[in-house]
Design a protein around this ligand. Structure first.
Ligand code: S3P
Length: 164
């Protein structure tokens, strides 16, 4: 089962609790990418650029989707940008879109310094742009969506479990 959504939508937090509830292993594409690259995503973006990061992300997703040990998988917010990734996830099984409004995401991420796409710009403006560009892609690949507005992490986990 794969969690998708914009940065700050709770993919990693919800994913970890969901995995615990379902007694499945948990993985996060960003964490695996950082282990493989041996540096933070922010550093990699700065040194090699976004395209190189997207290549690493695509290869990591393909490996994790192909592994029988992957139970619940949280992904980076841009994973849906590549058609190959969308196809890979659609084939892998249930895809859950954690949907949040840009203003809620901006509030949650107001102290963030690790997300390269939000550095040096107005975060709310950037999140609005990301939402406009990606919401159709998240919807295209999702088996179902869970709205995170005014929902605690455990409520989101329960909402997901009920829809499985
Ligand atoms: C990105 C989101 C990040 C990370 C990278 C790019 C994006 O993951 O993969 O910084 O394009 O939205 P989170 O969604 O966990 O922040």
């Amino acid at each position: 089962m794969i969690l998708i959504g914009l940065p700050g939508s709770g993919k990693s937090t919800v994913g970890r609790q969901l995995a615990r509830r379902l007694q499945l292993p948990f993985a996060d594409t960003d964490t695996v990418i950082e282990q493989r690259l041996g540096c933070s995503i922010r550093e990699y973006f700065e040194q090699k650029g976004e395209d190189a990061f997207r290549d690493a992300e695509q290869a990591t997703l393909a490996d994790l989707c192909g592994s029988p040990d992957t139970g619940v998988l949280a992904t980076g917010g841009g994973i849906v940008l590549r058609e190959a990734n969308r196809q890979c996830m659609a084939r892998a099984g249930t895809v859950i879109y954690l949907r949040s409004a840009p203003d809620e995401l901006a509030r949650r991420l107001r102290h963030d310094t690790q997300r390269p796409l939000l550095q040096g710009v107005d975060p709310l403006q950037r999140l609005r742009e990301l939402y406009a560009a990606r919401d159709p892609l998240y919807r295209e690949v999702a088996s179902f969506s869970v709205d995170s507005a005014r929902r605690s992490v455990s409520m989101m986990v329960s909402t997901v479990v009920m829809q499985l």
